[in-house]
Design a protein around this ligand. Structure first.
Ligand SMILES: Nc1ncnc2c1ncn2[C@@H]1O[C@H](COP(=O)(O)OP(=O)(O)OP(=O)(O)O)[C@@H](O)[C@H]1O
Ligand SMILES: O=P(O)(O)OC[C@H]1O[C@](O)(CO)[C@@H](O)[C@@H]1O
Length: 243
């Protein structure tokens, strides 16, 4: 193997840069050439890439985002795009493509395998932690830490003003961030997509619980953590409706 390519795809995740750095430095050690495709599968289809050498990855280990940029690419679902991507890799004599991304990006990698004869390797990089067979994806622990900070701060205000707060965190289809941030911050209630079939019923349950907590314990603040996108219109609309 003489040449490899790397791309970052889907939502950016902290640690993607550290991962790119490791790939480039390891490849340099084994005397492999590395190219980086821009904007996820968009760059692969458009043949937009740059050569990556150790100088390109200096001082990026601590930086969020991704130096290759990321992107979602609806076109990549088609056979035509799969074939175009494979041709682009073959034209450049790329022996292996490394995809850093989440479950969707892995599906994309699988799609590419139908047309590309080289190796395709997935590196699980997503804040959502929703890749089977991986204990913790790249970026997941940082995402929990990031969510915890505002939750802890909101607790101060909830207590001081005797208020109810609903905090939405990322994870549109996966509740790992919500669940673990909620447990770590000991909030009153957590709602995750995996355990929520009926959001109206869920809201009714929360209101019932809130009343019970108020009357039984006299607690005057209450915090709910919820995965984004569960409430149609978001937390503000739900709050208005609850009034
Ligand atoms: N079935 C599929 N076939 C081909 N390509 C796909 C498929 N599913 C996803 N992709 C490609 O992977 C890209 C990223 O997928 P997606 O938006 O689901 O993010 P992800 O990798 O799951 O990361 P995250 O969930 O952290 O945002 C898509 O925009 C698309 O280009
Ligand atoms: O708004 P977009 O681009 O669809 O991204 C949101 C999704 O991406 C993620 O942030 C993953 O990176 C999910 O938590 C969320 O569901």
């Amino acid at each position: 193997m003489k040449k490899i390519a790397v791309l970052t795809s889907g939502g950016d995740a902290p640690g993607m840069n550290a991962c790119i750095r490791s790939i480039v430095l390891t490849a340099d050690h084994y005397e492999l050439e590395v190219i980086g495709y821009k904007d996820g599968y968009n760059g692969l289809i458009d043949q937009e890439f740059k050569l990556l050498v150790p100088a390109n990855v200096t001082n990026i280990i601590q930086r969020g985002g991704t130096i290759l940029k990321s992107g979602r690419c609806d076109d990549f679902h088609t056979e035509e795009s799969g074939r175009a991507a494979a041709k682009n890799l073959q034209d450049l004599n790329v022996d292996a493509l490394l995809v850093i991304g989440g479950n969707g990006s892995f599906r994309g990698a699988h799609h590419l395998c139908k047309y590309y004869k080289g190796q395709v390797i997935g590196l699980p990089g997503t804040i959502d932690n929703d890749i089977s067979g991986t204990d913790a994806t790249i970026g997941y622990y940082t995402a929990i830490e990031t969510a915890l900070d505002p939750i802890d701060k909101v607790r101060d205000t909830a207590d001081a003003f005797e208020r109810i707060f609903l905090i939405e965190v990322m994870g549109r289809h996966a509740g790992f961030i919500a669940l673990n941030a909620a447990v770590a911050s000991a909030v009153d209630r957590v709602v995750v997509p995996e355990a929520c079939n009926d959001i109206d019923l869920e809201v009714d349950n929360i209101i019932e619980h809130l009343h019970a907590v108020y009357s039984q314990q006299g607690i005057s603040s209450y915090i709910v953590v919820m995965s984004e996108n569960l409430l149609p219109g978001g937390g503000n609309v739900a709050g208005e409706n609850a009034h």
